[in-house]
Design a protein around this ligand. Structure first.
Ligand code: GLV
Ligand code: MN
Ligand code: MN
Length: 410
């Protein structure tokens, strides 16, 4: 361990995380959809803490909070998000925001350190209204028309209405200024079991996957479930189920070593026990950090769909609804995290790709970016049981703050 004190206050970090966990608590996790009352309360909580970290800021016109510093010298931007998936974990997002706040407290108030950490809470990383709307807005990738079109996937409320109800309508959206920051650093729970199963404490992210998503619709013939003979049915639900299994059989021959694919939602129409579904829809996602692999799998998806159409029983249509470019993390940022891990985590770190999407991939399009992971107990995330040992949270904070210091000193 390093012989100098990092001056990270572990109790303060844990106290902040638990304060955020108490807002919108659900079992041992939280339920904080984007722009919901508990999400907004969390944003106000964060804004109130900025002055004690030498920062000023407010919630902007899309629900981002950017805390800026007037301190002289280089500036590093750090953050994550405060909304959650529905009925999900307490650390996915808040960990990175609280580490950023702690780094700002330690670094900005120290006159011997040249430079400052500025902090961000990005809105809607979890994709209730879109995907990465907050960080994409910051880098100039979201138009007013995009906001007009955005609707809450939970209840179909428009984003305009949600922003108006939150008192944010008409507020300016914060935009990044070229050259203002030396880069962006984000901490996150790993959301997988690699670190835990290897007895390691810190993940040094090398790349972040691209996420491609599809709406796949099947059209058959709605009919009576008792009187329609099996041989003549056009069951859209069955066609969908067969297609899912076919994907699982055929993708492995075309995928990369870490490709993942998921059917996250299936809807049958009309969805009643005594009616053969006339239509069915699946939301399907592919993730990889190699665009060539994703392109290959998309081609396979289309050729499999063509086979279904050729059979003629049910019609299938594949619509691509989301793309994302995989991101490489900056090598100097990886080096700073690794060096900090030697001093504050006994060198128990590992370079690894991220299978989850993160705002860092959006920030990496305009500035150098890096990410640090801490272990997730049992690798569980996007579920309310998500957790990390307190000691690992504190170690991660020490490594994070030291990495910030090193980056500002470079
Ligand atoms: C972000 O939460 C993701 O789904 O990768
Ligand atoms: Mn997250
Ligand atoms: Mn998440």
């Amino acid at each position: 361990m390093a012989d100098i004190s990092s001056r990270v206050d572990g109790d303060r970090v844990l106290g902040d995380l638990n304060a955020l966990r108490a807002i919108g608590a659900y079992k041992t996790g939280v339920h904080k959809p984007t722009l919901s009352e508990p999400h907004l309360r969390s944003l106000h909580w964060f804004v109130q803490r900025l002055p004690d970290a030498g920062l000023a800021g407010e919630i902007d016109g899309i629900g981002n909070v950017i805390g800026t510093s007037a301190k002289h010298g280089p500036r590093l931007l750090a953050g994550s998000h405060l909304e959650s998936q529905n009925h999900a974990g307490w650390l996915d997002g808040p960990l990175g925001v609280v580490y950023a706040l702690e780094a700002a407290r330690v670094i900005n108030l120290d006159p011997n350190i040249n430079g400052a950490v500025e902090v961000a809470s990005w809105c809607d990383e979890e994709g209730h209204f879109g995907h990465f709307l907050g960080s994409r807005s910051y880098v100039g990738g979201v138009t007013e028309a995009d906001i007009d079109a955005a609707r809450d996937r939970n209840n179909d409320r428009s984003m305009r209405e949600a922003l108006r109800d939150a008192g944010l309508a008409g507020r300016v959206r914060a935009r990044y200024e070229q050259g203002r920051h030396i880069g962006y650093l984000e901490a996150h729970i790993e959301q997988g079991e690699t670190l835990e199963s290897s007895g390691l404490k810190i993940g040094i992210v090398t790349s972040i996957v691209g996420i491609w998503q599809y709406r796949i619709t099947f059209t058959g013939e709605q009919n009576h479930a008792g009187t329609t003979r099996m041989a003549i049915r056009k069951d859209a639900g069955l066609a969908l189920a067969r297609f899912c299994v076919d994907i699982d059989n055929r993708f492995p021959a075309a995928c990369g070593p870490r490709t993942v694919w998921t059917t996250g939602r299936i809807t049958l129409d009309p969805g009643a026990p005594s009616i053969i579904p006339g239509a069915a829809e699946m939301l399907f996602q592919i993730r990889d950090d190699d665009p060539a692999v994703i392109a290959r799998l998309e081609e396979l998806l289309h050729s499999m769909a063509a086979e279904v159409n050729a059979q003629g029983r049910c019609a299938i249509a594949v619509e691509r609804i989301r793309t994302g470019t995989p991101a490489r993390m900056d090598t100097a940022f990886q080096g700073a995290i690794e060096a900090a891990g030697v001093d504050f985590a006994d060198g128990k770190s590992l370079r690894m790709p991220s299978g989850a999407g993160h705002d860092a991939q959006i920030l990496s399009t305009v500035m150098p970016a890096g990410m640090l992971f801490v272990p997730s107990i049992g690798g569980i995330s996007h579920h309310w049981t998500e957790n990390t040992a307190d000691a690992d949270i504190v170690t991660g904070a020490e490594v994070f703050v030291d990495a910030c210091r090193r980056l500002l000193a470079q």
